[in-house]
Design a protein around this ligand. Structure first.
Ligand SMILES: [Ca+2]
Length: 191
């Protein structure tokens, strides 16, 4: 029997509420246990070749102290399969660049997907990620910062948590899972 939208939505909302309530403390505990394992998922996450977790001295910026995970990790079920996923900021092994990487659940485990990559050193000083809660948001063009491009909406309704990818005290965009495209989409929220 096909799921009704209402039933699927109810399950999703319960999952989201559970995720948001538990993941903060759980991720904080994981951070203390190990900076290299995937505690969010309960299974080790394999980092993409050529990438590593930032060293403590690389993420010692004062503004990161507002988050126990230093705005480097967020966990939630981004793609709605009821399995927790995790997003991280990683750096190239030679520190020549940084990336936003999501470890996305699938039938075989987790796939690392690079959502954004900046091939210049120094950007990690200012870039962070946080969890964007489900809800309605005005986009950057909806706020009038820029003109809306064809097909670009003034509002974004998040049905599930998304990744808020931001530059400290500057622009931010959301990466959210699009069911129809079966991929992440990026929407600018502020400029
Ligand atoms: Ca998932």
């Amino acid at each position: 029997m096909p799921k009704s939208e209402g039933l699927a939505g109810g399950r999703l909302n319960a999952s989201v509420r559970w995720s948001l309530r538990l993941m903060g403390p759980l991720l904080a505990a994981c951070w203390l246990i190990s900076a290299l394992t995937g505690c969010t998922t309960g299974r080790p996450l394999v980092l993409p070749a050529g990438w590593r977790s930032p060293a403590p001295h690389e993420v010692a910026q004062e503004w990161r102290k507002d988050d126990p995970l230093r705005f480097l990790r967020v966990g939630a079920d981004f793609n709605g399969d009821n399995v927790m996923d995790e997003a991280r900021l990683l750096v190239k092994t030679d520190a020549s660049g940084m990336a936003l990487v999501v470890f996305l659940s699938n039938a075989r485990g987790f796939t690392a997907v690079i959502l954004d990559q900046i091939d210049e050193p120094g950007w990690l000083d200012a870039m962070g990620i946080a969890l964007a809660a489900p809800g309605e948001y005005r986009t950057a063009c909806g706020k009038g910062y820029v003109d809306c491009e064809p097909g670009e909406s003034e509002e974004l309704m998040l049905q599930r948590p998304a990744i808020d990818y931001f530059k400290e005290e500057s622009a931010n965009s959301f990466f959210y899972w699009d069911d129809r495209a079966a991929s992440f989409k990026r929407v600018w929220i502020s400029d």
